[in-house]
Write a protein that binds this ligand. Structure first.
Ligand code: SF4
Length: 977
């Protein structure tokens, strides 16, 4: 019997088992063997689940559990977890996957179950703390929540009533929620949202946004024939576990996998073709493939003719040609005539034969082509946003857009339910986050904050950092320390965090927040062609409620005085506006009992009853309220198979006084219909008569189209052309700042952007299981380079010199990276100052910080070591190395268009000097100011390029979008940038 016959037979048996189980009215979860073992407890038995205690073996000790779902908070994927709450102790004993979750389907990576470590971490922050000495001096005193809330609220209230509302800033790393906090800020009337996105994914987003109006791809990997990744999606990235399992499904079906990555990632090891190009050359390869597809006629001509805005391109860029699709094909080939395989091979170092093979695979896949780029090349390079733009060009050419096996726009595969209160957009603009130099930035220029404040562009009265550790995560961390240490620049710094971080050491208040099983949030992400809603909840609160003990404050069940942010924000808002006179309190009041505080049960109960189609009926069928149903199962699939929204015919009742422009864009006077799904959508401009865009003309009907200015896929972006960047209005190749031509003699490229599968930024370092698996970040060096640098061996300390300083770390000589490039994962090198009594000890080195003028030095005093604690495992810590904090030594590199920090570095590598040891770091922040100035000089300010006197194209997405009036540029003044 062949393997395939065996598999077929097994599948038949699984089908039979499924039918049998479902006939009994139970849910069938195929087990690991796919034959007889169920992988998960049937959901009918989650209230009372009995299993043997593995630790008691050979004793057969039964353990009785209540199983409560929640959502993992250890990366952006938001996979479902199932907490095993011991019915005797009412403590969580373990976390496993939630099989009812449509995105993760019961599967997790190592970080999911390690949530348990974070709950029991002996070093976690359990009580509100206030600094008891100068900022950064490492002395803390315990305070009550009331003291902290009153102090913070009075400062915010004063900033608002004094007319300084934008001095209140909330800076978030991983939001892990659906916009709750954006609405809090809108209710306060402040444009104070700041994010981490410009150090993460802005360039990835920009490439997609200019094509389809929406800023993320939703690839249908499971149904693809070719999966082309410029990422390491089997181990990291958006949304890696849900995507990884679907990539593997496709592989089992025979799909091919191509991975572009300069290093041999775990993902690349699974590929049919691992392509390791010169960093920054990816767009050149993609354009060469695109040119070949068009030249050889192996593309989806019908789709391109129907859905690209090629007429607009011809009209604006090639008026010399007649308006016909044949003219466009000719123009396309002329535009990209330079992009031969020979050229791409010379730029990338990838052999022409490989490029031809990949082109053939793309052509063969036709519409079953799923692709993804998020961080990786987009995040590393100047102009990296053109990498995702050029990657999506392949999908757009093949018609592999919003079709089975292709790539969907994210918002179509996502569901954000309308809440009870929706405050209006704030009426003001914050120049500290959205400066005029970056009118097209996808997100806040967050990592430039210390430079902006230094230049006197503003100050902060109250600065919240939340799941965000800019001192450690951002480039140029010493500039952040300089800013945070200066009370004239930052009046009050409040760190909302479950665990100690390099940034929290420089706070005034450190307020303990819950981990993934200790807080409420809603989630929905584009994991496949469906819309689902996931519910994160404090599992002990839900378990106790199920056992008949209602809880009305999450602190009652969390360890110590750990809180959740939703209840915190509601309470804080009431204290800012106790009598409602500022108009804030009303957004946080109960509807059931007007004049009283909104509780989270009412908040989520209202959403589940009123804004999630199908959920009330589903819950009623089981005799539950919608809130009870979500507390019981944790996730709900709103819709499956969304399909090609752009092809939908717009109904007649939305078509009042329709006008169609010369390129087929249709406008209507009828108002936008209200929908329970409030996924942020772009708002393309109205026509001259004030009609709103509604779709595109197609065969005598109005089709929905894409949410771009033209309503089509924008090969040509009028926005980019009109806002000062006409040369990049079409997919283009921008030579990176680390292109070989830009490197000095002896420099190589440092790729510092990759994640390890089991660690993630600040959040995972307090998980002992993960720390034991991965705790260091050596420098990947190709043997050719190791040899030309004097025969460097694995384990030797090497020194990496950047443009603002240096760091020392251990070498790892490996063929897993191309010559001329070195790599270092950014998930290590955690530290705490020796002056700091607190801190996380499993993964933080203790360091001495020296500071003289602009010169900073960090010297490691000791690495990790065993210690006594409530957890006996901390006595068993066997590792000492915790890696090096490389980001401290990087100057800021804001891309002049997307605003993304371009992470790759031009560096020199050599054997470490005598006396230098792994972990040593030196930086001159004066040099980092110079680097900032150089990159700022590349921008084209809205004051110079805005075509309409506004700060930014109104149609582009923007978190916490202000009112339209706030978009107007102030009058030009002397010295304005
Ligand atoms: S850390 Fe792992 S389990 Fe948790 S959300 Fe991310 S991929 Fe899922």
């Amino acid at each position: 019997m062949t393997v395939h016959e065996k598999l077929r037979q097994l599948n038949e048996r699984v089908k039979a088992a499924r039918a049998e189980t479902e006939a009994r009215g139970e849910t069938f979860y195929p087990g690991p063997s796919r034959v007889h073992l169920a992988a998960f407890p049937p959901r009918q038995r989650w209230d009372y689940w009995v299993e043997l205690d593995s630790r008691s073996w050979p004793e057969r000790t039964e353990k009785r559990y209540t199983l409560v779902p929640t959502t993992c908070f250890n990366c952006e994927s938001a996979c479902g977890l199932l907490a095993y709450v011991d019915r005797e102790t009412l403590q969580v004993r373990k976390f496993e996957g939630n099989p009812e979750h449509p995105g993760s389907r019961g599967r997790n990576c190592a970080k999911g179950p390690a949530t348990l470590n974070q709950v029991t971490d002996p070093d976690r922050i359990l009580y509100p703390l206030k600094r008891a000495a100068g900022r950064g001096q490492g002395r803390w005193e315990r305070v009550s929540w009331d003291q902290a809330l009153d102090d913070i609220a009075s400062r915010i209230r004063k900033a608002i009533t004094d007319g300084r509302p934008n001095e209140v800033m909330y800076h978030v790393g991983r939001p892990g929620e659906d916009g709750f906090t954006e609405r809090v800020l809108a209710a306060w009337g402040v444009d104070g949202h700041n994010s981490h996105t410009n150090i993460c994914s802005s360039s990835g987003r920009a490439g997609y946004h200019y094509w389809m109006g929406l800023d993320r791809p939703s690839p249908d990997h499971a149904n693809a024939d070719l999966i082309l990744l410029i990422s390491a999606h089997l181990e990291s990235g958006h949304y890696f576990n849900p995507h990884a399992q679907r990539v593997i499904e496709a592989r089992q079906r025979g799909a091919r996998l191509v991975v572009f990555d300069v290093r041999l990632s775990n993902t690349a090891t699974h590929a049919d073709h691992w392509v390791s190009p010169q960093p920054g050359s990816e767009a050149a390869i993609l354009l060469a493939i695109a040119r070949e597809l068009v030249e050889s006629g192996r593309y989806n001509r019908e789709f391109v003719e129907r859905w690209w805005n090629w007429r607009e391109y011809l009209a604006r860029e090639r008026a010399d040609l007649e308006t016909s699709f044949a003219s466009f094909e000719r123009a396309f080939l002329e535009l990209y005539s330079e992009f031969t395989f020979e050229f791409a091979a010379a730029e990338s170092g990838v052999p022409e034969t490989t490029l031809r093979v990949i082109t053939d695979l793309v052509a063969k896949a036709q519409t079953r082509l799923s692709t993804h780029n998020w961080r990786s090349a987009a995040a590393g390079n100047l102009g990296g946003w053109q990498v995702s733009r050029c990657l999506f060009l392949l999908n757009a050419l093949m018609g592999a857009v919003a079709i089975e096996g292709g790539v969907y726009p994210n918002a179509w595969n996502k569901f954000v339910p309308r809440p009870m209160h929706l405050p209006p957009h704030p009426p003001r603009w914050n120049e500290l986050t959205w400066p005029a130099e970056y009118p097209l930035a996808m997100n806040e220029l967050s990592f430039l904050l210390p430079h902006f404040i230094d230049e006197g562009r503003g100050r902060l009265e109250v600065y919240f950092t939340r799941v965000y550790n800019p001192v450690w995560t951002n480039p140029d961390g010493f500039r952040w320390i300089e800013m945070l240490m200066d009370e004239a620049k930052v009046g009050l710094h409040v760190a909302l965090t479950p665990t100690w971080s390099e940034t929290a050491f420089f706070a005034d208040y450190v307020l303990p927040m819950g981990v993934g099983s200790e807080r409420h949030d809603l989630h929905s992400y584009e994991t496949h062609d469906a819309q689902w809603l996931g519910f994160r909840q404090p599992v002990l609160r839900a378990a106790r409620a199920r056992l008949g003990e209602p809880i009305d404050d999450t602190r009652q069940v969390n360890p110590g005085e750990v809180w959740e942010e939703n209840e915190f924000w509601i309470e804080l808002s009431w204290r800012i506006d106790p009598d409602g006179s500022l108009g804030i309190r009303g957004y946080f009041e109960s509807q059931k009992q007007p004049g009283t505080k909104l509780g989270v049960d009412e908040y989520y109960g209202w959403i589940f009853e009123n804004s999630v189609p199908g959920l009330p009926e589903r819950a009623a069928a089981e005799g539950l309220t919608p809130l009870e149903w979500m507390r019981r199962y944790g996730a709900f699939e709103v819709k499956r198979g969304i399909g090609a929204v752009h092809e939908q015919v717009v109904p007649e009742d939305e078509l009042e006084d329709v006008a169609v422009d010369v390129f087929g864009r249709a406008y209507t006077r009828s108002p936008r219909p209200s929908t329970p799904n409030i996924v942020p959508q772009p708002t393309p401009d109205p026509d001259a008569e004030g009609r709103r865009p509604v779709g595109v003309e197609g065969g005598g009907r109005v089709l929905r189209g894409f949410p771009t200015p033209s309503g089509r896929l924008e090969f040509y972006s009028r926005t980019l052309a009109e806002w000062g960047w006409p040369e990049y209005a079409v997919p283009a190749y921008i030579r990176s700042h680390v292109h070989p031509a830009n490197l000095e003699e002896g420099q190589v490229v440092l790729v510092p952007t990759f994640r390890l599968p089991v660690q993630i930024h600040t959040r995972s370092a307090n998980a002992k299981w993960l720390d034991e698996i991965a705790h260091t970040n050596p420098l990947w060096i190709n043997p050719i380079d190791a040899s030309r640098w004097g025969g460097i061996h694995t384990g030797e300390p090497v020194r990496v010199d950047t443009e603002i300083g240096y760091f020392v770390l251990r070498a790892w000589v490996t063929q897993g990276i191309r010559p001329g490039v070195v790599g270092c994962s950014h998930h290590m090198g955690r530290w705490k100052p020796a002056t700091e009594a607190a801190g996380q000890r499993q993964m933080m080195a203790t360091v001495d910080l020296e500071h003289a003028g602009s010169r900073w030095k960090m010297k490691r005093r000791r690495g990790a070591a065993p210690y006594e604690s409530s957890d006996p495992d901390t006595r068993r810590i066997w590792w000492t190395d915790v890696g090096v904090h490389q980001n401290l030594t990087f100057g800021v590199h804001p891309d002049p268009i997307s605003g993304m920090h371009c992470w790759h570095q031009a560096v020199r590598v050599r054997r470490a000097n005598p006396g230098e040891a792994a972990g040593d770091i030196g930086v001159d922040t004066e040099k980092s100011r110079e680097v900032y100035g150089r990159w700022l000089g590349m921008t084209r300010s809205a004051f110079r390029v805005s075509p309409d006197g506004t700060r930014r194209p109104y149609w582009l997405l923007r978190p916490l979008k202000p009112a339209q009036d706030a978009f107007r540029l102030p009058a030009q003044t002397e010295g304005r940038r």
